[in-house]
Design a protein around this ligand. Structure first.
Ligand code: FAD
Ligand code: FES
Length: 290
């Protein structure tokens, strides 16, 4: 598959008019977990399909007729262009409408938006990805970018926790990474009611016990529900990570996505353009960010 270089990473085809949506066709709907589907989309316009790219950690605004828009992280890697993968949890108007769609239906997409992960800073370092629940959605883009550009990164470690094996997003894909020698993939579940989980059972922070990390050579990317931030951030600081080496993907209610409406403002920053990726240092200096 064609691999993109860093020089082409952040080129958007919709730069001229950032509000302009483009129609995309749903090419696959995959039921990963109840109410957490993976949608694969391809832009109808072949030129856009061939040139659209993004930075891991960026998001798009997704809309369907009569529903409004919702920001959704791009879960696929820019190193695998041609289609966009979105891991969507069904919660409200837009996502319910999306769940009623079938293969070949059309949706509107504008973007990509947001800063994304600072890939230039991550390259050449160890990368530690820590996700809980739906937090894997934006981190998966970074994970596959790092795997597809393996020579540009030092050690790659992914730690992911789900409530049960049945709740684990991208389960087959992640389990297939566990045996690889070129990265470390540690998976855990809080509990295993079905008794068929062969991996670790316990809370996500327990996975640190299996790691030998050199914080001075490592950048950590964290995403998950509030409980993940509460425990993982403390653990990373205890290990000696500096606050500027901890990156977080943070969500706020958004409307325009391009820094115009003020809906996503936190302090003097707009989550849609200064984020959604913030360093821990940024986050503690902005009241109410976490
Ligand atoms: C940068 C970013 C990336 C995201 N990435 C993803 C992703 O990859 N996958 C994903 O599934 N989701 C993602 N989200 C979350 C997603 O955008 C929201 O869940 C969005 O609200 C879904 O739209 P909806 O119309 O379906 O739900 P809504 O109708 O907006 O409802 C969502 C939930 O919020 C509640 N709600 C609605 N309006 C309000 C209000 N005014 N105040 C408080 N609560 C309200 C509803 O009761 C419901 O529980 C992301 C959000 C951001 C900001
Ligand atoms: S969503 Fe409008 S300023 Fe961020």
């Amino acid at each position: 598959m064609h691999q993109q270089t860093e020089t082409t990473l952040h080129r958007s085809v919709v730069r001229e008019n950032p509000y302009q949506p483009h129609m995309a066709r749903i090419v696959r709907v995959y039921n990963m977990v109840a109410d957490n589907y993976l949608f694969t989309l391809r832009f109808v316009d072949e030129q856009i399909a061939g040139t659209f790219t993004h930075r891991p950690g960026q998001f798009i605004m997704l809309s369907l007729p009569g529903t409004g828009e919702a920001p959704i992280s791009i879960s696929s890697s820019p190193s695998r262009p041609g289609v966009l993968e979105l891991c969507v949890r069904r919660v409200g108007r837009v996502t319910n409408a999306l769940y009623r769609c079938r293969t070949n239906d059309l949706v509107a997409i504008r973007g990509p938006y947001g800063n994304g992960f600072p890939m230039e800073e991550l390259m050449g370092k160890n990368v530690l990805l820590v996700a809980g629940g739906l937090g894997i959605a934006p981190l998966r883009s970074l994970l596959w970018y790092a795997i597809d550009n393996r020579g540009r990164f030092e050690n790659i470690t992914v730690m992911y926790g789900a409530r049960t094996p049945q709740d684990m997003l991208f389960r087959d894909e992640l389990v297939s990474l566990v045996g690889r020698t070129d990265l470390t993939c540690l998976l855990t579940v809080d509990e295993d009611p079905g008794g068929d989980w062969k991996g670790h059972i316990g809370l996500l922070p327990q996975l640190f016990d299996y790691l030998a990390i050199r914080p001075e050579r490592t950048c950590a990317a964290v995403c998950g529900p509030p409980v993940v931030y509460r425990f993982i951030l403390k653990r990373l600081l205890d290990l000696g990570f500096t606050k500027d080496r901890i990156l977080m993907s943070l969500e706020r209610r958004m409307r325009c996505g391009v820094g115009k409406c003020g809906h996503c403002s936190v302090g003097y920053k707009y989550t849609c353009i200064h984020g959604p990726i913030f360093t821990y240092w940024d986050a503690i200096n902005l009241p109410e960010m976490i």
